[in-house]
Design a protein around this ligand. Sequence first.
Ligand code: MN
Length: 492
Amino acid sequence: MKKMKDYEFWFVVGSQFLYGPEVLDTVAKRAAEMVDKLNKGGKLPCKVVFKTVVKTSEEATETVKAANFDDACAGVITWCHTFSPSKMWLNGLKLLQKPWCHLATQYNRSIPDTGIDMDFMNLNQAAHGDREHGFIGARLRMTRKVIAGHWQDADVAARLASWMRVAVGVAFSRALKVMRFGDNMRNVAVTEGDKVCVQEVMGWQVNTWPVGTLVEYIDAVTDAEVDALVKEYKKLYAFNTKNLEAVRYQAREEIAMKKMLDAEGCAAYTNTFEDLYGMQQLPGLASQRLMAQGYGYGAEGDWKVAAMTAIVKAMSEGQKGGTAFMEDYTYELAKGKEYSLGAHMLEVCPSIAAAKPKVEVHPLGIGGKADPARLVFEGRAGKAIVISLVDMGGRLRMIVQDIECVKPIYKMPNLPVARVMWRAMPDLKRGVECWITAGGAHHTTLTYDVTAEQMHDFAAIMGIEFVHITKDTTVESLEKELFLNDLAWKLK
Ligand code: MN
């Protein structure tokens, strides 16, 4: 899979011939200068490339066609330095398949009080040109991110950077392959979904491989490979077990799964405790380690959460907050300290650990296999979101909830798994009512890095329903929103 730095964004500036060659020359020079300074500013995750000043319908169309077929181009950023008549853009924009950001900016920050005359007005009329450009986007009902403000302002660069990460997530999603070991857990509804629909809408290729093939990979791992990996474990984690054989088996599983995923070009995978034929342990530490390396994981065959976790990790590459596969387990309902306790029976990504994780080995009642090694830790405190993607029958709904993670209020010394404690917005009880009303799953992707605005933008580009539960959401307003969304999606 491509990394963040492998992508670039095209900066395309709108103008026309009306103003003469000098103005067009100035527009091109300024656009090149802006791109150069944006790149050197160090705030953007990917390079911006100044492509062209569009002056004709043919130029707009050729630029869009080239962007569509350039695999390195993750998105197009447009801006109209002068007025650029939009019927000239129409044919091109209709073909656009890449994410689109309309940067409504202008070269100068301030109006030059004594320097302003009609020449200045004709050259610097983005306020005018960007409205014409905005109309054609609206008229064509196109999804685009509109970011307004001076291009040298930190908040504008931050918003552009955030959108660029979303666009990289879109490119990642459209190329994503998910490896399934075994089927979904028997009888579970929410982890199911239409894999053809998901490939059409999100791009994911979700396919199955035999657990027996994975066992062959596990058996082929050498002792030397295991030795090297256990050495790395010892550097990164505190060992709270004497059962080194169990740890070594997880290392074997990690190496085998990574080899198999890489051989097939898969960046996410699922497994299920109901199908571990020939394996000695359910992968615990092994899955935690693969998630920390950027692979998406879903337990009990949950390929939707596996894919979403991989995408969110790709979007947040290089950020330090962490992203994990998560599950709502149990509540603290005592008044004044109402929290959710999230965990999984083994597989929580250590990227969200507040301190050095401990390697421990404990029995696992489920799955009927040997005691698996796992990393035990507390999740860090801070603002985060949880994301769930559910199949509503013929379409997808993304549900995002704002949460505030806290240091767990209990030590829970007999709980043998990683744990995260949080307060859902608007509060635990209303938050749970909203989540359940919307049909959100028990499995989620929990992230401290990616924001609800980014997931909103991602859902908009993918053309799927987006539901955001915030501090201001009420059950009544949410019910009305879901009802209207259902009507709208029936018309689509
Ligand atoms: Mn689960």
